[in-house]
Design a protein around this ligand. Structure first.
Ligand SMILES: [Fe+2]
Ligand SMILES: [Fe+2]
Length: 366
């Protein structure tokens, strides 16, 4: 018997949004860089079913030896080393599926925002581009869901990510949608995909992330090129509002309390697997010095300082006023010497965006 119905048991109650729809009667190219990005995107389409070898089993050994990518290498603690092969596989599998599930849910958010952008942006070239992004995001949802299914199970969305997606979907302001999705969420995603792609030695995951990251670098380029065009047309009040929207989204995603919620969820999963998560964390604390001794020296910029803030700067959305707020909240969440002592120093530390984001995302350098 078919289980098809108009309402599904897995959907969430309707989210009310305030989107305005815009018709555009000029079909000629107007924003050249967006038209050419659209052409590039149509050329770069790939087919998940055909281009990825889904028959290939997940390589357990390579998966288990891939570092988790935490700030401190948990996998080098004495506790971790005392685990047997089967326990390590279970731990890495569950942890990765938790992370990948959030990528997956983020992709669904991106899919819906991209589709909204088709309706909401006023320029034809921008509508065309958003249409290709919608297709890309559908494919990303498809591949992450497929991979997680092979690996483990889909876990629920992190509340902080849901808050940002809701706000981006609900706003009636298309520029806020662009900033929330293309700059903040996709900026963080691009950074995380790159990190995971570099760390993982599991061939199927690496292959899939290569395809996805390539698409994402285009999505980021769309945000940068379009917003950088639009910002000079805004008055001060509108620009301030936009800066604050980005700030709020970024704050939500890396806030220490939200990170704590994230860690608590992971620890709960570990405990369910029979691992004493509290003992593991105690071990991390006790062995911290030894564990960090061989880590690369120098300042490691996280995704916000290393990528989102440089993007905002490029778009003209990093005034001294908002930089001050970023400095404050980064200081609350990271140690002071990582972010600069004053706004001037902080602004001096903002790195340039990579010349070629597509090349950067696939490169292994830092
Ligand atoms: Fe995506
Ligand atoms: Fe994207």
């Amino acid at each position: 018997m078919s289980t098809f119905g108009l309402a599904t048991t897995t959907q969430e109650p309707d989210l009310d949004t305030a989107m305005k729809v815009i018709y555009q009667w000029n079909y000629d190219p107007e924003v050249e860089e967006l038209r050419s990005l659209y052409h590039k995107a149509t050329e770069a389409q790939w087919v998940a079913e055909r281009d990825i070898d889904w028959e290939r089993p997940i390589d357990h050994k390579k998966f288990s030896t891939t570092p988790l990518g935490a700030a401190i290498p948990i996998e080098q603690t004495s506790y971790w080393r005392s685990l047997d092969e089967e326990q390590v596989w279970k731990m890495t599998r569950a942890t990765a599926s938790f992370r990948l599930s959030n990528f997956l849910h983020g992709e669904q958010g991106a899919l819906m925002v991209a589709a909204q952008l088709v309706n909401a942006v006023p320029h034809t070239d921008a509508k065309f581009y958003a249409a290709t992004q919608t297709m890309d995001e559908a494919r990303h949802v498809e591949v992450f869901a497929k991979y997680i299914k092979k690996l483990d199970e889909v876990r629920p969305i992190a509340p902080a990510l849901k808050t940002v997606l809701d706000a981006t979907l609900q706003t009636d302001d298309w520029m806020k949608k662009l900033v929330g999705m293309q700059i903040v969420v996709e900026g963080l995603a691009l950074y995380s995909f790159r990190e995971m792609r570099n760390l993982t030695e599991e061939p199927l995951l690496k292959h899939l992330l290569t395809y996805v990251a390539r698409d994402e670098s285009r999505h980021h380029a769309y945000g940068v090129q379009y917003i950088a065009r639009c910002v000079p047309c805004l008055d001060d009040a509108a620009r301030t509002e936009l800066e604050d929207f980005a700030l709020e989204a970024a704050r939500n995603l890396i806030d220490r309390r939200n990170q704590q919620t994230f860690l608590t969820a992971v620890m709960q999963i570990w405990n369910e697997l029979g691992i004493d998560a509290a003992a593991l964390l105690t071990c991390v604390q006790q062995e911290r010095d030894e564990l960090t001794r061989n880590m690369p020296k120098g300042r490691r910029l996280g995704p916000v300082q290393g990528f989102v803030i440089p993007t905002l700067k490029r778009c003209g959305l990093l005034s001294e006023r908002v930089a001050h707020h970023y400095l404050e909240f980064l200081r609350e969440n990271l140690s002071g010497n990582l972010v600069g002592k004053s706004v001037e120093e902080f602004l001096r530390y903002v790195p340039d965006l990579p010349e070629d984001t597509a090349a950067w995302v696939l490169s292994e350098s830092h």
